[in-house]
Write a protein of this length. Structure first.
Length: 285
């Protein structure tokens, strides 16, 4: 099967490309680092005409909150206009499209978790709202699949978020800083995300034109997650606790039953297991 992957050099893309290579699929890595820009509709159309993909996995995005906040226009052009370009080409050439979205589209969470695909989606950040606007264009493609990833972590993202904050301070001999601690999250390992992408790519047609939550369904507080990080890092000197930040939701955990039943996807890594594997991967470098 010919698969075109946008953003194949990125955090999710590189892990997914490894898996697709194992299964001997033919891939085209349409990445800005390789000179391919999703904002250039003509370029994208010409590549599709030449490569003739059987599926397109659209991962390319301004994917960090900080980057999106710093340049909302760039986030809009990439996440919305770029996705619009891809969707229009897919419609023209009848190419099935899989779109990597985010749990941030559920913000603010107004209902009681676990979060199902029926929860209201809109986004309350530049990143979340632009990804949701991208979803609206993807829905015009028949067939399509929208994957809403939970909170992702892995070796190549180890210096971001809660894990990055803890490890940065531990590496400098400082106590990690914990903001709140009772708020929860659904931490999802990158190898599971790659598996979910693969399951979507090979899924039968009756599973398409759907939205799927991609996570573990494991609800873990930031305090619990921090304790696991400290244990694996060998840190025994405690943490500094601050008041919870207003930007963090009180609870974030997915109902993942739809993806399990329809795509056959079930996360293999709990947070503890995934973090241990991540540490082992770092040790190989």
């Amino acid at each position: 099967m010919n698969i075109l992957v946008t953003g194949g050099n990125g955090f999710v893309g590189s892990e997914t490309m490894k898996l697709l290579k194992i299964w001997k699929h033919y891939m085209f890595n349409y990445d800005i680092m390789n000179g391919f820009d999703i904002c250039d509709k003509k370029q994208f159309k010409n590549v599709c005409k030449d490569f003739m993909p059987d599926r397109i996995l659209h991962l390319a995005a301004i994917a960090r909150f900080g980057d999106a906040d710093e340049s909302p226009r760039r986030a809009f052009e990439t996440n919305v206009i770029g996705t619009k370009n891809i969707s229009e080409v897919c419609r023209k050439y009848h190419i099935p499209l899989i779109y990597a979205s985010t749990g941030s589209v559920y913000m603010p969470i107004l209902e009681t978790p676990p979060i199902t695909e029926n929860f209201k989606a809109q986004g309350n950040s530049v990143y979340g709202s632009t990804k949701y606007m991208g979803e609206l264009y993807v829905r015009d493609v028949n067939p399509h699949i929208i994957l809403r990833y939970a909170h992702l972590y892995g070796k190549d993202k180890r210096m971001h978020g809660l894990i990055g904050g803890y490890l940065d301070r531990i590496n400098r001999g400082l106590k990690p800083e914990l903001y709140g601690g009772k708020q929860s999250n659904d931490f999802t390992y990158i190898k599971d995300v790659a598996e979910a992408n693969f399951k979507a790519l090979i899924s039968p047609w009756d599973k398409w034109n759907q939205v799927y939550n991609i996570g573990t369904g494991e609800e873990i507080t930031t305090e619990e997650a921090g304790e696991i990080i400290c244990e694996l890092a060998g840190w025994e000197k405690g943490v500094v606790t601050h008041k919870q930040r207003t930007v963090d939701p009180g609870r974030f955990v997915y109902d993942v039953s739809k993806a399990e039943i329809m795509l056959g996807f079930k996360a293999k890594y709990s947070f503890a297991k995934g973090l241990k594997d991540m540490f082992e991967e770092i040790g190989k470098e």
